[in-house]
Design a protein around this ligand. Structure first.
Ligand SMILES: *Cc1c(COP(=O)(O)O)cnc(C)c1O
Length: 372
């Protein structure tokens, strides 16, 4: 029997390990020189835009909303198919989450439905780039400009993704990335926010650490309510070890995704009723390879049988609006039919850089056997 193949495995190499060891020995383990260096390199990576790091991707979005002054009485539009963090941050700042249904092909927010959901109270939109596939960025920002809205891009899964050859994060409004363990670039836990200017970066620093500002040689002042969201030098050391390898990590993910398509074959969708992901090698960083099962196939049963083949699968994601917390706020089954249908049938297959081509073939063989 083959060894168990998980759907994801963090990519930690010797460079990252020795960098962490060096940090631990240095005596400086909280935010310090490594964080500053990581922010400097990230800023360079994102074309010179200001970047600040945090201890999660979630808090970067909350802080972006705070910097934009969004709160009670404001509406923020997002997708129902994301990690629940995307909508939770809207509630966290006291604003009202509004969902717009997804496009069944990209599985991202449908920009027409998003525009239709705009009201006089709408202040911001949070698009999510599921599996690393960006939305149509030209249309997104045209809509934002037309309606005078802030954009907080939930690019948690999209480091290394492109739009017309430009890196996601190197343009746009607020762009948030997560470095959680499963992401293409990880710091174990962490995240970063790409900002527009020095003033926003200064505010981000305040919200990151109890609202503290330095003044003079020995004084501090606190003028806004901030939290405790700073990244440690230990985490930054892992990120510094990974950042130079990101092009190779992304290339390996591309090669494995291409091998999935080749191994499934051109007729697979028609014969099986399964929907493969959009075959986009121009923009996506292939954070995940997700299939949508045919109507009538019970996902839990499918995953159970894959597990019997020693293959782990994931669910990313059940629709947010159907969680109890959101139902209590008036959301119901039937409101976003595409998201509900996809959310019930979507399955994440294994994809991580250390996988071999033979692993892909094993997964494809198991999918075919289970669906027989
Ligand atoms: C991972 C993820 C987040 C949250 O990031 P954390 O670092 O875990 O806080 C938010 N949105 C999406 C789409 C994600 O994949």
């Amino acid at each position: 029997m083959n060894e168990f193949l998980p759907f994801v495995k963090p990519y930690i190499d010797e460079a990252a390990i020795s960098s962490v060891v060096e940090t631990l020995r240095s005596g400086w383990i909280t935010s310090g020189p490594k964080v500053l260096e990581f922010e400097r390199q990230l800023s360079e990576y994102f074309g010179g835009r200001p970047v600040r790091t945090f201890n999660s991707g979630t808090c970067t979005m909350e802080i972006a909303l705070r910097i934009a002054g969004i709160g009670a009485g404001d509406e923020v539009i997002t997708t129902p198919i994301s990690w629940v963090a995307t909508a939770n941050v809207i509630l966290e700042v006291g604003a009202t989450p509004v969902f717009a249904d997804i496009d069944p092909v990209t599985r991202n927010i449908d920009l027409d439905k998003m525009e239709a959901a705009i009201t006089p109270r709408t202040r911001a939109i949070i698009p999510v780039y599921l599996a690393g596939l960006p939305v149509d960025m030209d249309r997104l920002y045209a809509i934002a400009r037309r309606h005078n809205l802030r954009v907080v891009e939930d690019a948690a899964q999209a480091i290394g993704s492109l739009w017309q050859g430009r890196r996601i994060g190197s343009f746009g409004d607020f762009v948030s990335f997560s470095f959680q363990a499963n992401k293409n670039l990880t710091t174990s836990e962490g995240g970063c926010l790409v900002l527009n200017n020095a003033e926003e970066a200064r505010l981000a620093e305040k919200y990151r650490l109890q609202g503290v500002t330095r003044s003079g040689f020995d004084g501090i002042e606190v003028d806004v309510l901030g939290g405790k969201f700073n990244m440690t030098d230990i985490a930054a050391a892992i990120g510094l070890g990974q950042l130079p390898q990101l092009p190779a990590i992304t290339a390996r993910r591309h090669a494995l995704a291409r091998h999935y398509f080749a191994t499934f074959g051109a007729d697979f969708e028609r014969q099986s009723g399964v929907q493969l992901p959009l075959k986009n090698f121009e923009n996506s960083n292939w954070h995940m390879f997700q299939i949508v099962l045919p109507q009538g196939v019970v996902r839990a049963g499918f995953m159970e049988k894959m597990k019997a083949h020693n293959i782990g699968c994931g669910v990313h994601y059940p629709p947010i609006h159907l969680f109890q917390l959101y139902r209590e706020r008036g959301f119901k089954q039937g409101m976003f039919p595409v998201a509900e249908s996809v959310g019930q049938r979507i399955v994440t297959l294994p994809l991580f850089p250390q996988m071999a081509e033979a692993d892909v073939e094993r997964v494809v063989a198991a999918v075919c056997a289970v669906l027989q």
